[in-house]
Design a protein around this ligand. Structure first.
Ligand code: ADP
Ligand code: MG
Length: 273
């Protein structure tokens, strides 16, 4: 059993692209947390001093029902430990793998929680940039909790993120693949990923999928989406406003929240207004 500050660290809860997330218990309070362990060599030097601190300050200040709460960050010679609330219900990804596509009502419920959480962060200048179902957890009440927030921007060379773990950029916006010299808008990149996730929830398959990387890239760059006839007109319209090739014509998440399909049974949560 390893000790990190006041925490006793035990089993691995999940492995991501940049290190592990482990279960930890506070020695005095016995409260359990999840600790994400990052190797400092995976973080850019200047990021570590300026951006990480800035990012951590922002993340600590975030308070939204659908965002995993960051408690504190500890540091040792070679590692960075991000202590956050423990989410016990597993990944949304595992649920889709087991159940396949969701009915429209259930899919919309998760989508509303996703958009609510991310739009809240956008208003505070924080972008996720690495949204995918593996980063969406469910708590014991089935509430969606977004993890891996903000931290993505401190990772070494952003382009690398696209080629790690699964090795495929399924959720990646076209402008990132096109590597435009103007860079890209974090807000619109998150909209794109939310669109891909919504498609997956409703259809049970990814909108862009191919074994050959080159073909997959082309599919995303051309943004050719097939909308199955099983989709309701409202759901299809919602998706078609998000999976738009040109970032400036794509909806923001504020726009998404105004869309009639989104508004059905919508209950804003704390912090979302
Ligand atoms: P990476 O940046 O390396 O992808 P993540 O933050 O996404 O790391 O965490 C990797 C995995 O660890 C997640 O997919 C999830 O299964 C698990 N995990 C992350 N955060 C938590 C948490 N707060 N509670 C429980 N499990 C978590
Ligand atoms: Mg992750």
């Amino acid at each position: 059993m390893a000790k990190v500050g006041p925490y006793i660290v035990t089993e691995t809860l999940g492995t991501g692209t940049f290190g592990k997330v482990k279960l930890a218990k506070h020695k005095e309070t016995n409260v359990e947390y999840a600790i994400k362990i990052l190797d400092k060599k995976d973080i850019k030097e200047q990021e570590l001093t300026i951006n990480v601190r800035r990012e951590i300050a922002i993340m600590k200040a975030l308070n939204h029902e659908n965002i995993v709460n960051l408690r504190e960050v500890l540091s040792s010679k070679h590692k960075l430990y991000i202590v956050m609330d423990l989410v016990r219900g597993g990944e949304l990804f595992e649920m889709i793998e087991k159940k396949g596509e969701l009915d429209e009502k259930t899919a919309r419920k998760y989508f509303q929680q996703l958009v609510d959480g991310i739009e809240y962060c956008h208003r505070r200048g924080v972008f996720h940039r690495d949204l995918k179902p593996e980063n969406l957890l469910l708590d014991e009440n089935g509430i969606l909790k977004i993890t891996d927030f903000g931290v993505s921007s401190v990772k070494k060379r952003e382009g690398d993120m696209l080629f790690t773990a699964v090795g495929t950029p399924y959720y990646c916006a076209p402008e990132i693949l096109l590597n435009s010299p103007q860079g890209y808008n974090g807000e619109k990149v998150d909209t794109w990923s939310c669109g891909v996730i919504l498609y997956l929830l409703l259809v049970g398959d990814l909108p862009f999928q191919h074994d050959e990387m080159n073909v997959l890239y082309e599919m995303i760059k051309q943004c050719k989406v097939i909308y199955p006839s099983s989709l309701s007109p409202g759901a299809k319209d919602m998706l078609s406003k998000m999976l738009v090739k040109e970032a400036d014509k794509r909806y923001t998440l504020v726009d998404v929240k105004m869309h009639p399909w989104f508004r059905v049974d919508y209950v804003p949560v704390n912090g979302s207004s």
